[in-house]
Design a protein around this ligand. Structure first.
Ligand SMILES: O=C(O)C1=C[C@@H](OP(=O)(O)O)[C@@H](O)[C@H](O)C1
Ligand SMILES: C=C(OP(=O)(O)O)C(=O)O
Length: 442
């Protein structure tokens, strides 16, 4: 396995970093292009392991994908037709969740399989919902998990179908149903009768579907800021023809986190160009999350997000239920902070690439830190740190977590650094460019 010696940096940063495009927006755009009535030109799509698997996935259902300068031209099939009957999911939550309902739409059996670790990721809430719509699942050694074969026909006898979904383990169950909803021959109402984590990603799905001509209405009331919990979740989804056309993908604001956090750890400043003025990405919350920990952070008139730090990091107490994806980066800052921190609302991270609460607790302790994970919470307190070989558990965000600690703590080595390819294949090169103080472009 490839080990990377995390570079230490003892002088302030001054870098401009162009980020790779958003994983979540690219995944949604690919699925919507597959279901559209006309071709889509996707400009600035993310190319990484997760999105290559998604491209292969939509090709499996008959989409034609042509490389064009700066983008991908996607021509949807006249009818969804599985080619080999197998979808390779790797470890991508988006692929395993978003394409399973597409298989039901196709009406043909499709096998879903992935990495060994993918077999631990929750699917049950989605499989239960699809069963109510007519799906059957077989050859599933561990019920509610990959691998499985989906077959059966969409039950289209009703004009209106109401689905109660348990999405407590992943918002992607809801996003997956919302994404296919325009292609259904009936109106679908989706009610979530459980906790719903990562609500920002569901709001992103609704916005993306509707931007392509979908007709999804949120009947559950608006969420406020990322840390406001919504009481009732209900969406009405009407059948609609999805448009193609040109779609441009925003930079990945979640992957901005480690670079913004680096400015806080080393001092100095990091700027990220093309920060959208309005976005549904979880990573926009860095602006609110990092300020109380000591950052000066603002969007410049030219549209760059600028983060300035002085090397002193305060502790934080925050509820990350709506934006859990940001936790590993925030946990690195908490590990280096001068005060204790408490991160709450993150039980669903136990079903991410790895059980992130256990992984973070284990790796913080390995480096001499103090951490305690409970079912849904992570507490981190200041403690002298030392270098060691940090395990990454196939999790790109654990590698980025360790790179942040390594900026300040000599001797941090990162196991299986190649796992960053899940969303950011050029992570180490971009990191080194940042440390060299140059303008980096991913
Ligand atoms: O829909 C998406 O693109 C995502 C939703 C979230 O999943 P969970 O709801 O499982 O946390 C997030 O953590 C993941 O990285 C991407
Ligand atoms: C949870 C994540 O990924 P996935 O889309 O595979 O769920 C993540 O990228 O942090």
């Amino acid at each position: 396995m490839s080990v990377w010696n995390a570079p230490v940096k003892s002088t302030p940063l001054n870098a401009v970093i162009s980020l790779p495009p958003s994983k979540s927006l690219t995944a949604r755009a690919l699925v919507l292009a597959l279901l559209a009535e006309e071709p889509t030109l996707l400009t600035n799509p993310l190319r990484c392991r997760d999105t290559e698997l998604m491209i292969a996935g939509i090709q499996e259902f008959g989409a034609q994908v042509d490389e064009q300068a700066g983008g991908l031209l996607i021509t949807p099939p006249a009818k969804l037709t599985p080619q080999t009957g197998i979808i390779e999911c790797g470890l991508a939550g988006t692929v395993m969740r978003f394409l399973t309902p597409v298989a039901l739409l196709s009406g043909r059996p499709v096998r879903f399989q992935g990495d060994e670790a993918a077999g631990a990721r929750p699917m049950k809430g989605l499989l239960d919902a699809l069963t109510k719509l007519g799906a059957q699942f077989s050859d599933m050694p561990k019920p509610g998990h990959l691998p499985f074969t989906i077959s059966g026909q969409l039950n289209a006898s009703e004009q209106l179908q109401q689905l109660q979904v348990d999405a407590s383990s992943s918002s992607q169950f809801v996003s997956a149903l919302l994404l296919i909803s325009p292609a259904l021959p009936f109106e679908l109402q989706i009610e979530v009768d459980s906790v719903l984590p990562s609500i920002r990603h569901v709001e992103m799905t609704v916005a993306e579907v509707n931007a392509c001509g979908g007709q999804i209405e949120n009947l559950g009331g608006e969420t406020g800021d990322w840390n406001t919990r919504q009481i009732r979740h209900l969406w009405r989804c009407r059948p609609a023809c999805l448009r193609g056309g040109e779609r441009h993908i925003e930079p990945d604001l979640t992957n901005a986190g480690p670079f913004l956090a680096a400015a806080m750890i080393c001092g100095g400043q990091v700027s990220i160009p093309h920060w959208p003025a309005k976005t549904f990405q979880a990573g926009d919350a860095w602006r609110q999350l990092l300020t109380p920990m000591g950052a000066r952070i603002y969007r410049s008139p030219e549209g760059s997000l600028v983060c300035q730090g002085n090397g002193v990091i305060g502790g934080t107490q925050c509820d990350l239920e709506a934006i859990g994806e940001l936790t590993p980066t925030l946990a690195a800052l908490c590990t280096l902070a001068v005060e204790p921190s408490k991160l709450t609302g993150i039980g669903h991270l136990r079903g991410h690439e790895t059980d992130r609460l256990t992984a973070l607790e284990t790796e913080i302790k390995r480096l001499g830190g103090k951490a305690k994970a409970s079912e849904t919470t992570l507490r981190i307190s200041p403690s002298p740190l030392h270098g060691d070989l940090v395990q990454t558990y196939a999790d790109h965000r654990m590698a980025m977590f360790a790179a942040l600690i390594g900026l300040q703590v000599p001797g941090v080595r990162i196991a299986d650094i190649k796992c960053v390819a899940k969303t950011f294949p050029d992570f180490t090169a971009t990191w080194e460019t940042m440390l060299a103080g140059a303008n980096g472009s991913a």
